[in-house]
Ligand binder design. Structure first.
Ligand SMILES: Cc1ncc(COP(=O)(O)O)c(C=O)c1O
Length: 406
């Protein structure tokens, strides 16, 4: 008998479901069961599954030019860079394929600047709980508990401070510090928001101590928080910023943005086979053309308020601990470590399942498509309520729970 996934290297525990099709906020598996998707590829499908604008952009570009090599310019690469510059406070763009790659590029650029301008300063101060990717260096840059013990020895030069504790940042600064790297909303750690006052103090401190402020907006950027970029919520400008996830609308595209004065790579310092490839750049342009419109972003903020109000009702009804988030990156805090059970119960609901994510044992994360409708939000809240009710029954009889875990 063949086992599902037996030819794949095991990297995670997947449920026995094979997805066959997606449309907007919906996924359909090979048995025909429909799921309302509040994960959306981990916050990547900004416009939901298989939107027509992306299908068109991809097929047109695939017919015209797929990859002339990163050693040459191509039109979508130039247009996407210009669009990002026009939309943001930044002057220059490097295009890559993943958030990890963009963050590695940010760290390399900061270290290069440190060599040239700060006598070799190279340490990047990160935050406890932070998540910046899965290369060895980005695992070191992340503040995920236990990540220093999986693949030792780990790259060094990534001390940690505590989010919303400016004194801890000040204490972490040494003559070797060159940058502070922050997620304004720590997604993987449980949708932890940086306080506006802390971010303003951090900007002032980094300026005073000649440190770069690197914003990792891989998860928060491109409309996810109701603005083109999350830094806009804080009224400050970072020096470097990274994007991935939402900018590709589901495809592997990422970007590093920097101010002109930090544009200090020498030719050959940075690159990669897929950097600035026209297929992905064409998708990025199509996403930005939709998402970064004033009316679209205002609608994301309205949907965010609608979803937050519904989640607060669930908090009251089910005795949960709270709801928080920014835009359409939201979390529901449970009274105990039952998030995986709720995820399984929601997925197993019939005839319609609900897809949720549990980044922490006591916390559910919701990252719907940015164009989810209010009717779909209502349906999602209804399904989530059912899953919470079922889980409450299972929790009182733990042995009765048979659902698999995500
Ligand atoms: C804030 C943040 N940075 C970086 C990454 C890594 O991005 P990728 O998985 O595309 O390499 C993630 C992924 O979840 C993320 O949330």
């Amino acid at each position: 008998m063949t086992e599902l996934g037996q030819d794949l290297i095991t990297i995670t525990q997947r449920p026995d479901i094979v997805f066959a099709q997606g449309q907007g906020s919906w996924l359909i598996d090979e048995s025909g069961k429909r799921y309302l998707d509040l994960i959306q590829g981990w916050a990547v499908n900004s416009l939901g599954h298989s939107p027509e604008v992306l299908a068109q952009a991809l097929s047109e570009q695939a017919r015209r030019l797929t990859n002339p090599s990163p050693a040459f310019y191509n039109r979508p690469m130039l247009d996407l860079a210009k669009r990002l510059v026009d939309l943001s406070c930044f002057d220059r763009v490097f295009l890559g394929s993943s958030g990890t790659e963009a963050n590695e590029a940010a760290v390399k650029l900061a270290r290069r600047w440190g060599q040239k301008q700060r006598q070799g300063a190279h340490e990047i101060i990160g935050f406890e709980g932070g998540f910046h990717g899965r290369s060895l260096a980005m695992m070191s840059a992340s503040g995920k508990p236990g990540w220093d013990r999986i693949y030792p020895p780990m790259p060094t030069g990534f001390p940690k401070a505590r989010l919303n504790d400016i004194e801890s940042v000040a204490r972490a600064i040494t003559p070797s510090s060159v940058a502070v790297m922050i997620e304004f909303v720590q997604g993987e750690a449980g949708v932890n928001l940086a306080d506006p006052g802390f971010v303003r103090e951090l900007r002032a401190l980094t300026e005073e101590r000649q440190l770069l402020l690197i914003a990792d907006e891989v998860q928060t950027g491109i409309g996810r928080c109701g603005h083109a970029f999350a830094y806009e919520m804080y009224g400050i400008e970072p020096d470097l910023l990274t994007l991935a996830k939402g900018i590709g609308g589901g495809a592997p595209l990422s970007a590093l943005l920097c101010k002109e004065r930090f544009n200090c790579f020498e030719p050959g310092d940075q690159g990669g086979t897929f950097c600035g490839n026209p297929l992905m750049a064409a998708l990025g342009l199509a996403v930005l053309n939709e998402v970064c419109q004033t009316e679209f972003l205002a609608a994301v903020r309205q949907r965010s308020r609608y979803l937050a109000a519904g989640l607060q009702r669930l908090v009251k009804t089910h005795g949960l601990l709270g709801e928080r988030g920014a835009g359409l990156l939201r979390a529901l805090v449970l009274p105990g470590n039952h998030a995986e059970q709720v995820v399984s119960a929601a997925r197993n609901l019939a005839p319609t399942g609900l897809l949720l994510n549990a980044p922490r044992p006591h916390l559910l994360r919701l990252m719907p498509a940015l164009n989810i409708t209010e009717a779909e939000i209502d349906q999602g809240l209804d399904l989530l309520g059912q899953a919470l009710r079922e889980t409450a029954i299972y929790m009182s009889k733990p042995s009765a729970f048979t659902g698999g875990s995500a």
